[in-house]
Design a protein. Structure first.
Length: 261
């Protein structure tokens, strides 16, 4: 099993929990995040190297990967965990869409560009993306998040299909509600995200740790997501009708009283 890793979005939440679990298991870890102050606190607590910066940009990713190789000597696993939501639908601006796509999809593409050639020379590596159940299903109330997380899953699938025979393991973490700041700030979507039991970030990290001993593509901290995904594929119209019923409930909960008169 690998023993060096880079974790993005590691100042808090799932990224921090993954980095913490890896360091407890004896791994050497480099952590990255936009929030430099919180990241340094996390790194100091975990004994990791902090590399603050924007890992959604080509320059940010190149700096992170080069620094990690300089510090660790090699990178066995890369956890592309940083992500953003918008809580917007058709009202999302072009800038909202660009930010979601850059952070939730293109950051993975840019990281793979930097890492895969090195891994092919070294004989292998592991690329783990935090894609969310939204990448397998959808996220009502957040079009850019839903679309970009589908893109994250699609890119991870392509990467796995293209390079698995050459020693590169690709995995996608797809949880539903996780007790993180993103869930706390999800506004009217919080009820939807907590219809099934929420899990802690540490529980997600436990699922990730267990998955690192193998090469299964999906890491599902909420096992029921597999059934939802299968239902969506087998019965798309019934699944969409069910999602629309949930949307109608959201609409009714947030319609001003005067409009209900």
């Amino acid at each position: 099993m690998a023993d060096t890793a880079v974790v993005t979005g590691a100042a808090r939440g799932i990224g921090r929990a993954i980095a913490s679990r890896l360091t407890r298991e004896g791994w050497s870890v480099v952590v990255a995040d936009l929030d430099a102050e919180a990241l340094r606190d996390t790194a100091a607590e975990l004994g990791a190297l902090a590399v603050p910066g924007d890992t959604s940009t080509g320059a940010g990713v190149s700096h992170l990967v080069d620094t990690a190789y300089g510090h660790l000597g090699h990178v066995d696993a890369f956890f592309a965990n940083a992500g953003v939501g918008t809580l917007a639908g058709l009202d999302a601006s072009d800038a909202d869409w660009a930010r979601a796509l850059d952070t939730n999809v293109m950051a993975h593409v840019r990281a793979a560009r930097a890492l895969v050639p090195r891994w092919l020379d070294a004989g292998g590596g592991r690329f783990v993306v935090t894609a969310s159940a939204a990448g397998l299903l959808t996220m009502l109330g957040d079009a850019p998040y839903s679309v970009s997380k589908h893109g994250a899953v699609a890119f991870a699938e392509w990467l796995s299909a293209t390079y698995r025979h050459r020693g590169i393991v690709v995995q996608a973490i797809c949880p539903q509600g996780v007790q993180t700041r993103m869930l706390e700030e999800s506004g009217p979507l919080q009820g939807l995200l907590t219809r099934d039991a929420t899990v802690t970030a540490d529980e997600v990290a436990d699922a990730v740790w267990a998955a690192l001993s193998g090469d299964d593509f999906f890491i599902l901290p909420h096992p029921e997501v597999r059934d939802y995904y299968a239902q969506r594929a087998a019965h798309p119209d019934a699944w969409l009708a069910g999602m629309n019923r949930l949307q109608q409930k959201l609409d009714s909960q947030h319609t001003p009283a005067k409009e209900n008169a």
